[in-house]
Ligand binder design. Sequence first.
Ligand code: PHE
Length: 369
Amino acid sequence: MAELYSVPKLEDYSPAAMDAAVRDLLNALEQEAAKLSGENDWKAFRDRWMSRKSGVLMQITEWLKLAPKEQKRDVGQRVNEVKAKIEAAVDAAEARVNSQASSARLVSERVDVSLPGNRRPLGVKHPVLRVQDEIVAVFKAMGYSIGEGPEVESDYYNFESLNFPPNHPARDTQDTLFIAGQEKKQQRDRLLMRTHTSPVQIRTMEKQRPPVRIVIPGKVHRNDALDATHSPVFHQVEGLCVDTNITFSDLKGTLDHAFKSLFGSSVKTRFYPSFFPFTEPSADMQVSCIFCGGKGCRTCKFSGWIELLGCGMVDPNVFEFVKGNGYDPAKVSGFAFGMGVERIAILKYGVDEIAKFYLGDVRFLEQFA
Ligand code: PHE
C-alpha cells in the first residue's frame, strides 16, 4: 500500500515551493477520495483531513504560523483555498458514498411489481357444513329449534329406545363400531359410534316436555364401504315435531316446503312406504329429479325420482320410553325425519363422488368459495 500523505514541514515558503506543496496535498486528497467505498471509509477520510485535533487541515495552519512575515498573505490565501478544497472533497465524497449505498440497496431490495403479492387466502365454510346450515336454516324459519347430541352414544339411545330390541334384524342395517372392553356392561349401556342422529330424539324428549320442534345436525358412523355415494362417516339432519294432533299431512307439508326451499319451487315430493323401527307408518321421501325435472336421466336411474330421506310418524313404542315427561302416546303424536347432508350436497352441486368432500383437495373445495 502506498504511504499515506503526511503534511511536510516547510523550509521554503516561496510561491514556487508553496505551489509544489499545495499540489502534493491536493493530489493526495484526490487520490484518497477516489478510493473510498462505504460510510466507514468516508468517516475515516473526513477525520483524517478535517479532525480538529490532528486533521491535515489543522496541520497546515502550522504553515501559516511558521511562514515568514512577508509570505503570510500568500500562504494564508493558499491555506484558505486548500481548506475550501478539502471541505468540498469531503462533502462530495459523502454524497458519492451515500448514493452508492442507496443504489446498492436498490439492487438488493428491489421490488418486482410484476410478482404476485403475498396472498393470505381466507377459508370458507366446507360445502357439507354449508348445506347442513342451509337445511337447518329452512327449519329454523319454520320455528324449529336446533339441538345436538353426542357422537359416542349408548346402545340404549342409539337402538333400544328407538324400538330396536336386542337382536332385532333392523340393527344389521346400521352396523357400527363399538367401543372396546365393555363386555361387563349391560347391553343398553355399551358405547358405540352413533349410526344416526335419531338418538337425539329421545334425549330431547327426556329434557323437554311437548310440544317439540327441533332439528339436529351431526356426524354419524356406519360400517359401510366407501363407494361413490356412501361413506362410513357422514352427516345427517334429524327432525322431530311432537304436539297434539300432529298428522302425516303435517309431515308431508313440512318436508315439501323444506325441499322447495332447498331445491326450488318446481321440485315435487312423494312419499313411498318404508320401514324404520321408530316410526309407524314409515316412508322414504323422494324428490322429482332436479337434473331432468322428472323426465328420467342417469342420475335418477330413469325413474324421474330421487330418494332423499327417511321419515314417519313417531312410533307409540318410542313415546313409551319418555311417557313420564308428558309423552303419553294416547295424547301426543309427532313425526320425525332424517336426511343425509352429503346426499343433498351431491345433488345440489352435481358432485360425482362423496369422497371428494373429505379429501381436503383445495382445487375441489375452492369451487364452493
Ligand atoms: N334415522 C334414520 C336413518 O338414519 C332416518 C330416519 C329418521 C327415519 C327419522 C325416520 C325418522 O336411516
